[in-house]
Write a protein that binds this ligand. Structure first.
Ligand SMILES: *Cc1c(COP(=O)(O)O)cnc(C)c1O
Length: 347
């Protein structure tokens, strides 16, 4: 605490990201990064980049990437928003759409950054418990609100909900924004982007950090009708006009242009996930059904935190959350087959 801090920041509890170790040769299964490199075209695009261009500011609209993403998702460019990682896109969306008198509704167990934004922006949130199967029950969200946010698949459970349930929620909640955070959608859930044209209250966010192997470049996107995107642009241009640097724009565009590589790496991760889930179930773990690039597991006779520490001693990093209700679970990122075999052997 310092006397120089504004009163508003004194009570903040910032988000704690997973460890990025300084030492190499660890098996890193703690932050849901992709074990495979970005598409080969990304390296080509970066090598071909003319360094002299770095003297100039980047395109504030990142139009090249917007065009590529709009074409990929069959949307209009006015329905695409870009930011410096989806964390930034989410922060701008909270500012643009969730600062109302009525509370923001979100799952009690979900991406913990959401409540950090609420603290920062003074947004009153109501956190709704998951059901006994650790699923989000959207029926609970039929109540007055200043917005709704959830991740699909949810984090850290990995459990997805169906598009038809999301559509019902959108129909029953026409007056506030429903934000669906699809950070992990490419690993087996249905995207709500197909609903954008029909629901002016829907905003969907994506990230290039997980399925596109570009966490180090910080690229996120939002998809929604032009009115919502314009709201995001207003906040963005009141904060930072150039969230995407030139190299990020080139890398992300090259990634979008290689759909074959993208689909193949996602499929590989899905197959490794299913194999790992099966092997851990056979060892007595309860593995929640995951549609993401991680699994959320618990063991009836083993303490989760102790397992996390033992794995760390064996140079394997996994994520443990201390929050009550999920503190006997480990969140394990899906790595390569070889990495998962080592993990299974240690467990
Ligand atoms: C990883 C993650 C993000 C953030 O992604 P970045 O684009 O790397 O900022 C957002 N939401 C969820 C649920 C995530 O797991």
């Amino acid at each position: 605490m310092s006397k120089f801090w504004s009163p508003a920041i004194r009570s903040l509890v910032p988000y704690t990201p997973g460890e990025q170790p300084k030492v190499l040769n660890l098996i890193k299964l703690n932050t849901n990064e992709n074990p495979y490199p970005p598409a080969p075209g990304v390296e080509k695009a970066l090598q071909a980049f003319d360094m002299d261009r770095l003297r100039l500011y980047p395109d504030p609209e990142a139009s090249k990437l917007k065009t590529a993403l709009a074409a990929y998702h069959q949307l209009d460019e006015k329905q695409v928003f870009l930011g410096n990682g989806s964390d930034e896109v989410l922060a701008l969306a909270f500012m643009a759409f969730f600062r109302h008198d009525a509370p923001l509704l979100m799952p009690e167990t979900t991406y913990s950054f959401y409540e950090v934004y609420c603290d920062l922006l003074n947004i009153n949130a109501v956190r709704l418990p998951l059901n006994a199967q650790y699923e989000i029950d959207l029926d609970d969200y039929a109540q007055p609100n200043g917005g709704i946010i959830f991740a699909n698949p949810n984090a850290p459970t990995g459990i997805a909900i169906s598009l038809s349930k999301i559509e019902t929620l959108l129909q029953h909640n026409p007056d506030t924004v429903v934000l669906v955070d699809e950070a992990y959608v490419d690993f087996g859930a249905e995207s709500a982007i197909s609903l954008v044209d029909r629901y002016p209250n829907l905003l969907v966010t994506h990230t290039f950090s997980k399925s596109r192997s570009l966490a180090g470049m910080r690229i996120g996107a939002a998809f929604g009708q032009a009115e919502l995107i314009e709201g995001l642009e207003r906040v963005k241009n009141s904060f930072n006009s150039y969230p995407l640097d030139m190299l990020a724009i080139e890398a992300a565009t090259a990634s979008v242009e290689d759909d074959t590589y993208f689909k193949a790496t996602c499929q590989r991760i899905i197959e490794t996930r299913e194999k790992t889930a099966k092997a851990l179930s056979a060892k007595g773990f309860k593995v929640l059904p995951s549609s993401a690039n991680f699994i959320f597991v618990t063991h009836p006779d083993r303490d989760a935190k102790e397992m996390m520490q033992n794995l760390r001693n064996e140079k394997i990093l996994v994520r443990h959350f201390t929050r009550e209700g999920i503190n006997q679970f480990l969140r394990i990122t899906i790595g390569t087959d070889a990495e998962m075999e080592q993990l299974i052997a240690r467990l």
